[in-house]
Design a protein around this ligand. Structure first.
Ligand SMILES: Nc1ncnc2c1ncn2[C@@H]1O[C@H](COP(=O)(O)OP(=O)(O)OP(=O)(O)O)[C@@H](O)[C@H]1O
Length: 283
C-alpha cells in the first residue's frame, strides 16, 4: 500500500503587483496558482513539466516553506509546512555553492549549521562524496570543478541532512546534454539507494519521462495540474531505454497534454510568456 508523503490541498497563490503608470502608484493582483491538489507517495519520483510562467517554481517554493500559499495547505509526513523544514531540501538550477569552501566543506555546511559534531559531519560528507564518485575532488573549490561536478556537490549538500523530500528546480538545465544524461542516471541510482521522495521540475520531456514514476503536467497561468501521467517503465532505467518505442510513446503522450498549453492557450487566457518561450520545452 502506498502512503501519501506530500499532500497539497487546494494551494492558491496570488502576488500583489505594484504599478506606477502615469506616476500614479496602484496595485494589481497576479494569480499564479489556481488551486493545486497533489499527493506524492513516499519514495516516489515525481517530475513536473509546464509552460514557462505556470508557477512551477512558486509551487516548489511553497512546498519547501520558503514562500507561503495565499490559501490551501502543504503537509509533509502529516506535518503542516509553514516555514523551511529540515525534512525538505532544495536544489536549484544554479549550483549556489560557497566559492570559498571546498567540495567537502560545502557538503558539510548544512550539518555544521545544525551543530553536528565535526567527526560525524566529516564522515557523512565523505559517504556522499563516495556515493557521487567525488572522493578525488573533495578538496577542490567550486571554480576548479566542472558544471556537472558542481551540481553533484550541490545535490550531495542537499542530501547530507538526510531529508525526507528532495525538491529539484531544473537542476540539470545548465549542463550539456551528455553530462545531463549521465547525471540523470546517477541521480536515479542515488535515489534508489536513499529512497527519498523527489519532486523534480524540468523543461525536458525526455528528462521528465526518464526520471519519473509519474509526470505532472501543469496548465498555463494561472497554474494548475492539468494531468498526471503514470510512467510504467521498468527500473533500474539505463541509457538504452531512451531508444525504446515505449519510452517515445510516453514522451509523445506527455507532449500531447502539454502542447496546447505551450502553443495555444485557451481563449481569453493570455500566454504566460511570449510564444518564443515555448522553445524552452524540449519536445
Ligand atoms: N515574488 C514574486 N512577485 C511577483 N510575481 C512573481 C513572484 N515570483 C514569481 N512571480 C510570477 O509568478 C509566475 C510564475 O513564476 P514561476 O517562476 O513559478 O514560473 P515557472 O513555471 O517556474 O517558469 P519557468 O519555467 O520559466 O521557470 C511568473 O509570472 C512570475 O513572474
Amino acid at each position: 500500500m502506498h502512503i501519501d508523503h506530500i499532500h497539497i490541498d487546494n494551494v492558491r497563490k496570488t502576488f500583489l503587483i505594484k504599478n506606477h503608470a502615469d506616476g500614479q502608484p496602484s496595485h494589481s493582483e497576479l494569480e499564479v496558482l489556481a488551486g493545486i491538489d497533489l499527493a506524492v507517495r513516499e519514495g516516489e519520483f515525481l517530475t513536473v513539466v509546464g509552460p514557462s510562467g505556470s508557477g512551477k517554481s512558486v509551487l516548489l517554493d511553497i512546498i519547501s516553506g520558503l514562500a507561503s500559499a495565499s490559501s490551501g495547505s502543504v503537509r509533509v509526513g502529516g506535518e503542516l509546512i509553514a516555514k523551511p523544514s529540515r525534512d525538505v531540501s532544495y536544489v536549484f538550477q544554479q549550483y549556489a555553492l560557497f566559492p570559498w569552501k571546498t567540495a567537502l566543506q560545502n557538503i558539510e555546511y548544512p550539518l555544521q549549521i545544525r551543530g553536528v559534531p565535526g567527526r560525524e559531519r566529516s564522515a557523512r560528507a565523505w559517504e556522499l562524496l563516495e556515493l557521487f564518485g567525488l572522493k578525488d575532488f573533495a578538496h577542490r573549490y567550486p571554480s576548479q570543478l566542472s558544471g556537472g561536478m558542481q551540481q553533484r556537490v550541490a545535490i550531495a549538500r542537499a542530501l547530507v541532512p538526510r531529508p525526507k523530500v528532495l525538491l529539484m528546480d531544473e537542476p540539470f538545465a545548465a549542463l550539456d546534454a551528455q553530462t545531463r544524461e549521465a547525471l540523470q542516471i546517477e541521480l536515479l541510482r542515488i535515489w534508489n539507494a536513499l529512497k527519498t521522495t523527489v519532486i523534480f521540475i524540468t523543461h525536458g520531456l525526455d528528462e521528465a519521462v526518464f526520471l519519473g514514476d509519474r509526470v505532472a503536467v501543469m496548465a498555463a497561468r494561472p497554474g494548475r495540474i492539468k494531468r498526471i501521467l503514470d510512467i510504467d517503465l521498468p527500473r533500474p532505467r539505463d541509457a538504452d531505454l531512451r531508444a525504446s518505442n515505449t519510452f517515445n510513446l510516453y514522451r509523445q503522450r506527455v507532449w500531447e497534454v502539454l502542447r496546447d498549453e505551450v502553443i495555444d492557450p485557451s481563449p481569453g487566457q493570455a500566454p504566460a510568456t511570449p510564444v518564443s518561450s515555448s522553445s524552452k520545452i524540449a519536445a
